[in-house]
Ligand binder design. Structure first.
Ligand code: 2RA
Length: 329
């Protein structure tokens, strides 16, 4: 299969390459694409050097699949050009996520919504992906009424410059102003831009994307998203009000039965999910599972995942694997 990676030199794009290698995705020709200034640079895939090419060159090679992680404006402009040559696009930006005609997919949750004529497919926001992986068994077994989530998000969610900023600050230097305030020894309740309603775009992504992926606009969601000086992954404190009562042991079993979810929940042994542990892994880790005694039918839990892997690259490759499994590519 001829596969283009648009944004191949970025943090998510390079992680996509690693995931494709690890999962031995059936690629016959890899076409790395990046901005004009990166054309001609080399990237390594399966031990071989590949030259980064321009968008026009990539399209001329007629890829059957294109994985995008190049920002929303580029996706809006370029995804239709790849679609026009019959190429499937899995886009990691927010450009197409809430488009009424485009599917927003976490394969383990709603992969079944994909149809053969879905050529532009949206990869959800990283913080949404890891949350819906845990919400799915709860919604299936108890019906979810309301979700309150607070996130603790890694600087890798911002990109390579933010990682450098944190390390520079930690080494006693000054950052390059990636964030409006210092990030080391600090937390920022500010991810993406503030909207008129007082919420950030990141918070509204969690609110809106969750309902679309779960296929239920009746689920009420509210979010506070926070940037923390961490590298390995995003963490989330999630409070879920449901229609029916539950017992924690059964819920833990139901989480364990969810493909892609691993329960780590033994607080008396100091065992719970942590980003340092989740880094480099594809599973979503859930722990601190406990009843919220302040109101009926309500559960608290703690969810951690590597935001570059399941939160972005791995989920995108899993969508591509689903398309391949259907025989569409
Ligand atoms: C972030 N979820 O963490 C956003 C985009 N990756 O910055």
């Amino acid at each position: 299969m001829r596969v283009a990676i648009v944004g191949a030199t970025g943090l998510v794009g390079s992680t996509m390459l690693r995931i494709l290698e690890e999962r031995n995705f059936p690629i016959t020709e890899l076409i790395p694409v990046a901005s004009e200034r990166s054309v001609g640079t080399k990237i390594n895939y399966k031990g071989k050097e590949h030259t980064v090419v321009s968008v026009d060159e990539a399209i001329s090679r007629k890829p059957q699949l294109a994985l995008f992680s190049a920002g929303g404006s580029i996706s809006l402009e370029l995804a239709p050009r790849f679609e026009a040559i019959g190429c499937y696009v899995v886009d990691n930006s927010s450009a197409w996520r809430m488009h009424p005609d485009k599917k927003l997919v976490v394969p383990e949750v709603n992969g079944h919504v994909l149809k053969q004529n879905d050529y532009i497919i949206a990869n959800p926001n990283c913080s949404t992906i890891q949350m819906v992986m845990v919400l799915q068994p709860l919604h299936k077994n108890y019906g979810i009424k309301r979700v309150v989530v607070s996130t603790y998000q890694s600087v890798t969610g911002t990109g390579q410059k933010a990682v450098k900023e944190l390390l520079d600050e930690r080494a006693g230097g000054k950052g390059d102003g990636v964030y409006p305030h210092p990030i080391d020894m600090n937390v920022l309740p500010h991810i993406d831009v503030f909207q008129d309603n007082g919420y950030t775009k990141e918070e509204m992504k969690m609110v809106l994307e969750t309902c679309k992926i779960m296929g239920d606009d009746n689920i009420k969601v509210t979010a506070t998203t926070v940037r923390v000086p961490v590298m390995g992954g995003h963490s989330e404190s999630v409070n879920v009000e449901m229609n029916k009562d539950f017992d924690e042991t059964t819920v833990k079993q139901q989480f364990s039965e969810m493909p892609g979810v691993t329960v780590i929940d033994n607080p008396s042994n100091n065992e719970y999910p942590m980003p340092l542990f989740a880094a480099g892994k594809d599973d979503v880790f859930v722990g601190r599972i406990r009843r919220d005694y302040s109101q009926p039918n309500t559960l608290n839990c703690w969810i951690v995942a590597d935001n570059l892997r399941k939160g972005a690259a791995t989920n995108a490759v899993q969508i591509a694997e689903y398309l391949h499994l259907q025989g569409w590519i």
